[in-house]
Design a protein around this ligand. Structure first.
Ligand code: F6P
Length: 517
């Protein structure tokens, strides 16, 4: 980014280390943190000073961040390439009549006794969807397993690799299974392939019962006609709107339907409340105290000024084990862009690579590179004061499981920041590796919703400052088009036995020939 003040400032920062910064100002965490009644955000271990934050906020102001956030909330068509509003915040404001009507239908549906075609209770839910129609709900379901209705299972089938469907359904009785097909467009190849397979599985499992699809399939989509032509009664369809982007759709019917069935509607409502809490924080808090805005500005600082282009997301919580995968889509599908909002090429890095794993598992995997690798990767630590399961006073364990987990949450940021000097270079830890820490009270539906919205707004705020459109995803199209071409070749091969490699590069022709012969 071409900001002269920050470019000058970064040269100064590069001469200082975190060790020095903490020596000069041991209480810098007081200035470089935000406390709210829900979450504590400490960014004092980032390579920043109060001056850095001031300059970043100036940059945000120059880029009209406040106005852009307001425009999003006001429903302006900020997704210009698709001429759409971006209003996922309306899904949890409690103020939108259309949203509330769909939620009321979902609530009623989730409270009904669901009985299958052969009279058995439907207690297994198989949710078929991919990308935004899967990752957010899967993150929430995983986070909130302790809140689930006992005796109800929820499994997601996303991958078109048949292993996903077969393994997820192998031990399920179709008579006790409800399939939810979740697809905004209802044309996504992987989802439709899995949906057809599920339909055949159900019809066979129910001995061609005439109500196999009617009683065992429901849909979440914006495409009524496609849902109908698949054979699902529109009565059994829950809708949403084109102003909800796929990766921002977890709080629409996309998440509401499977999660209300799995967790109960009241818990889903609490997810909405938590997301709404962060929406209001994002909309109203001054940037100095605004957690998603500060998170975004620090990312921009790391990416565009310090040149640190990968970020690690390290939740010290098994429940958050799917948050990195969801964040990958939100960040990388939103902000992996080559052009700005006016369609002109950008001349700076947009987007970042996100990787992550639940702590402490990551420590025994890739943290070696975080501590001693030649590449510096800023990290976000997330921890909870109270665990979902404490497991204390176990003979042989000196402290509870949660305390053991938190020893690591406390230790790792300091190890990264301050390192450890050793004459033996193999054992030397250089330190000066930046991180932030987010501490919340407990992983509940409310805080899971809050973290979801934090992820969404952090990515959006970056896009606003970079002046790119974070809400389209044309980059996924080319692969789909080429895939369709191969699909045609495979249909032809199945009919004629002939391999058609016309127009393919020799490399791809070889792969196709090896695959088919
Ligand atoms: O291919 C990318 C994508 O369009 C995502 O943006 C979206 O979340 C996913 O596919 C699934 O789309 P749909 O809900 O229409 O099946």
């Amino acid at each position: 980014m071409n900001n002269q003040a920050l470019k000058k400032h970064v040269e100064q920062i590069k001469t200082i280390t975190l060790t020095q910064l903490f020596q000069d100002s041991p209480n810098r965490y007081k200035e470089l943190s935000v406390t709210t009644d829900q979450v504590y955000f400490d960014f004092s271990r980032q390579l920043v000073t109060p001056e850095t934050i001031k300059l970043l906020i100036q940059l945000a102001n120059e880029q009209k961040l406040k106005e852009k956030i307001a425009n999003m909330f006001a429903g302006e068509k900020i997704n210009k390439t698709e001429n759409r509003s971006v209003l996922h915040v309306a899904l949890r404001s409690g103020q939108n009549k259309e949203v509330q009507a769909v939620l009321a239908r979902i609530e009623a549906f989730s409270k009904k006794d669901l009985i299958g075609a052969t009279g058995k209770k439907l207690k297994n839910i198989v949710a078929i969807g991919i990308g935004g129609s899967y990752l957010g709900p899967d993150y929430l379901a995983t986070a909130l397993r302790p809140f689930s209705k006992r005796g109800v299972t929820l499994r997601f089938v996303a991958n078109v690799d048949g292993t996903d469907f077969v393994e997820k359904t192998a031990d399920l009785d179709p008579q006790e299974t409800l399939v939810i097909v979740i697809s905004k467009t209802f044309t996504t190849a992987e989802t439709m392939q899995n949906a057809n397979t599920a339909k055949a599985w159900m019809i066979k499992g129910l001995n061609n019962h005439p109500e196999a699809v009617k009683k065992h399939f429901i849909a979440v989509s914006t495409a009524r006609e496609e849902v109908q032509s698949f054979g699902i009664d529109p009565e059994n369809m829950f809708g949403f709107w084109d102003w909800v982007g796929g990766r921002f759709s977890a709080t629409s019917a996309v998440g509401a339907v499977p999660l209300s069935l799995y967790l109960g509607f009241d818990n889903f409502q609490k997810i909405l409340d938590g997301a709404n809490w962060l929406d209001e924080h994002f909309r109203n808090e001054p940037f100095e105290k605004n957690i998603p805005v500060l998170s975004a500005l620090i990312d921009i600082w790391n990416i565009n000024f310090l040149g640190l282009k990968t970020r690690a997301l390290l939740p010290y919580s098994q429940g958050l084990s799917k948050l990195p995968a969801h964040t990958q889509q939100v960040e990388m599908e939103s902000n992996g862009k080559l052009v700005d909002s006016d369609g002109k090429p950008v001349d700076f890095q947009t987007g970042e690579v996100v990787l992550g794993e639940a702590g402490t598992n990551g420590q025994h995997s890739f943290y070696q590179l975080l501590h001693q690798g030649t590449q510096i990767i800023p990290a976000d630590f997330i921890g909870f004061i109270k665990p979902q399961y404490e497991l204390k006073n176990v003979p042989g364990n000196e402290i509870s499981h949660h305390e053991e987990l938190m020893t690591n949450f406390l230790a790792q940021p300091d190890a990264l920041a301050f390192g450890h000097q050793d004459k033996d270079l193999a054992k030397n830890f250089p330190g000066n590796r930046p991180s932030s820490s987010l501490l919340l009270k407990e992983l509940t539906p409310f805080t899971a919703g809050l973290l979801l919205a934090w992820t969404e707004h952090r990515a959006a705020a970056k896009g606003f400052v970079w002046n790119i459109n974070s809400f389209d995803q044309f980059g996924v199209q080319l692969g789909k088009v080429l895939g369709k071409d191969h699909r045609r070749r495979m249909i032809e091969f199945n009919k004629t036995g002939k391999i058609n490699t016309d127009g393919l590069t020799p490399a791809t022709a070889k792969l196709l020939t090896d695959f088919l012969s």
